[in-house]
Design a protein around this ligand. Structure first.
Ligand code: ADP
Ligand code: GLC
Length: 476
């Protein structure tokens, strides 16, 4: 099959969260299964394409009459195309905004990405059977395929898949932007892209794509409810027959404790000494006392409402009295960054807070921690708990979305890979942590649990096969 995959992030070139990881790994897994996959993403200012083996193709396409250049890199069945636009992408460092604000022209920027992506097949001799879109930044392409490209020789029979990675970000804009996007007012209807008198890019994907997916079975169910639907549950219920939940995988090469280039020592399920060395090194790196006997509880992620950091902040006074250490790596909400930084200054031997984005440290935390905490309010899939399982770090998670689908609660005896709590409440989270801390004291039970986690297979193979089956069904 030929697949055209469009995403606004592509790790390691650009990444704000799990979307970047998925856009790198899923196409690679599909290519490894024998498909020809082309991935289109922006060339942000932070990316130096030449350094990553890309070559420029000048004036390769035209977008609304204007010539545009692309950067191309081919590796076997996998091709990456980076769209060049100095003003929209090249001149800025942030993906969607700077530290304080979203960029004011995101509608124009991502409409441009969608249009450019659909010009790639004709310019490069592709004939994609499937157009696979991801999140709001690419939603418009589902409409463009059916309208602006309905008669194209190369896209006429292309079917589209739209994957929801996070329904909370929908790309909602003032309707007045429509003419500037080159869209007819006709799209501004309740059964198209209108949403409370505004323009909704995510909705374009949900209405016009042939098939919809999201990144876990439980989230697929949650987004059809008023509670989890972010105002789009009615539409998602309407399209429920076209909606599937397919769990994300993880890149087993990039995230392998036996070979990870970011780690000071290596380990696997049969030889855990390297994990203890990683813990010691991490404590040193973070300025925490090198105590093997204390459980080290870690968090890595965006400090956004979704991630449940308000529960952690509410529980901090209690946590700081317990015999444990806490490490946080994250960035996002200013008030939360300040609260964690303040608490770390107050409890330097108990809490380390690193504010910012640091890929290497994220790996070292996954390897060196004992417990990984994810008290998410909602979580479409979540990759960090999967990395934790692979790195012998026991997840403590709230029972939502992909967390519910990937972590099995410890039964106190012989089953389970982590600790799962239900209520969105600091006490419920603390109770989960208390259970984890008790189990940590019983080294045999703990090591058995950690090995069960390490034996789980969340590599991309299985998930890629499910996407393949979905594409197949659409093309038949
Ligand atoms: P989300 O996509 O909602 O942010 P995921 O768990 O799916 O959550 O993916 C988050 C990804 O981003 C993981 O690969 C995680 O390691 C990474 N990440 C998040 N915040 C940071 C950070 N501050 N530093 C390094 N990596 C981070
Ligand atoms: C989103 C979700 C996260 C998911 C990721 C990749 O950002 O918040 O749960 O793992 O996308 O699909």
């Amino acid at each position: 099959m030929e697949i055209l995959f469009v995403a606004s992030e592509l790790a390691p070139l650009s990444k704000s969260g799990g979307l970047g990881d998925v856009a790198a790994a899923l196409p690679a897994a599909l290519a490894a299964r024998g498909h020809a996959v082309s991935v289109v993403s922006p060339r942000y200012g932070s990316i130096d394409p030449a350094r990553h083996g890309f070559e420029a193709v000048h004036r390769a396409i035209r977008v609304r009459g204007e010539p545009a250049s692309l950067w191309v890199r081919r590796r076997g069945g996998l091709a990456h195309y980076l769209v060049e636009h100095e003003h929209y992408f090249g001149s800025r460092r942030g993906l969607y905004g700077d530290q304080q604000h979203e960029f004011g022209d995101n509608a124009e920027r991502f409409a441009y990405l969608c249009r450019a992506a659909l010009e790639v097949p004709a310019a490069f001799g592709l004939r994609p059977g499937i157009l696979h879109l991801n999140d709001w930044q690419t939603g418009l392409a589902a409409w463009l395929l059916r309208h602006e490209h309905a008669d194209d020789a190369v896209l006429r029979s292309t079917r589209s898949v739209f994957t929801i990675h996070n329904l909370a970000y929908q790309g909602v804009f003032r309707k007045e932007v429509l003419p500037a996007l080159g869209l007819p007012w006709d799209v501004f209807r309740f059964d198209a892209m209108e949403f409370h008198d505004r323009l909704n890019f995510m909705k374009a994907g949900l209405v016009f794509a042939d098939a919809l997916t999201t990144v876990s079975p439980t989230y697929a169910h949650e987004i059809q409810t008023a509670e989890g639907g972010e105002g789009l549950d009615g539409l998602l219920r309407h399209r429920r027959r076209d909606l599937t939940g397919i769990l994300n995988g993880i890149d087993h090469q990039e995230w392998d404790p036996a070979t990870d280039r970011h780690l000071p020592a290596h380990f696997d399920a049969h030889a855990l000494a390297g994990k203890h060395a990683c813990k010691r090194a991490l404590q040193e790196e973070l300025g925490l006392p090198a105590r093997a006997d204390l459980p080290l509880v870690a968090m890595v992620g965006r400090l956004a409402d979704q991630k449940g950091m308000d529960l952690v902040l509410a529980a901090l006074p209690d946590l700081m009295r317990r015999e444990l250490q806490v490490a946080l790596l994250g960035s996002g909400r200013r008030d939360w960054e300040e609260a964690f930084a303040g608490a770390a200054r107050e409890h330097p031997h108990r809490l380390a807070a690193r504010l910012g984005f640091d890929e290497g440290l994220a790996h070292r935390i996954e390897a060196g921690a004992d417990i990984f905490l994810m008290p998410s309010r909602f979580e479409p899939c979540g990759l960090n708990q999967l990395y934790s399982l692979r790195y012998g770090t026991v997840p403590v998670v709230r029972r939502v979305g992909g967390l519910a689908d990937t972590v099995q609660d410890f039964d106190g005896w012989k089953q389970g890979t982590g600790f799962v709590f239900a209520d969105y409440d600091p006490r419920a989270m603390l109770a989960g942590l208390r259970r984890a801390k008790e189990a940590f004291r019983d080294k045999r039970a703990w090591n058995a649990m950690l090995r069960r986690g390490m034996a789980q297979d969340y590599s991309w193979g299985r998930s890629a096969a499910r996407y393949e089956a979905l594409y197949d069904g659409l093309l038949r």
